[in-house]
Design a protein around this ligand. Structure first.
Ligand code: FES
Ligand code: FES
Length: 154
């Protein structure tokens, strides 16, 4: 049965209608038109669909849209400010931390959650925090270097 819900994403309310089984991933992409959030495995394993819910990374392919009511969601579209990319976005570009880009929004949001909690992480802490985000292009080292560089700007 369809029900109206309100999702708060990047500080904006979205009034949408979903079924009980509607995935948060589909609600964000198809109903809120925020297509920066990507679908990879659809089984909770790759992290491509990661967004922040109340500041914590979650996999939206494994979360029902209804469960996100009353929560504050952040997607990759919410990181730029006043026309300027977030330092993590700039450093991913600078250090070659992305190629095909499928993993990148989730990777950056997981890194943001880490830096918000631990502004100067070690490389091991960065690798641990990003362990749930898989990348088959970059080999990870450039991603770690990008997060280190972003941490040095704060
Ligand atoms: S698409 Fe959600 S974890 Fe892979
Ligand atoms: S840049 Fe292609 S999967 Fe990471």
């Amino acid at each position: 049965m369809k029900q109206p819900i309100t999702l708060s994403i990047n500080g904006q309310d979205y009034d949408i209608v979903v079924e009980g089984r509607t995935r948060l991933l589909d609600a964000i992409r198809d109903q809120c038109n925020l297509t920066g959030t990507k679908e990879g495995c659809a089984t909770g394993d790759c992290g491509a669909c990661t967004v922040l819910m109340d500041g914590k990374p979650i996999t939206t392919c494994m979360t029902f849209a209804m469960a996100a009511q009353g929560k504050e969601l952040t997607t990759i579209e919410g990181l730029a400010r006043n026309g300027h990319l977030h330092p993590l976005q700039e450093e991913f570009m600078e250090h070659g931390g992305l190629q095909c880009g499928i993993c990148t929004p989730g990777m950056i949001l997981s890194a943001k959650a880490l830096l918000d909690e631990n502004p100067k992480p070690t490389k091991d802490e960065i690798r641990f925090a990003l362990a749930g985000n898989l990348c088959r292009c970059t080999g990870y080292q450039k991603i770690v270097e990008a997060v280190v560089a972003a941490s040095e700007r704060s």
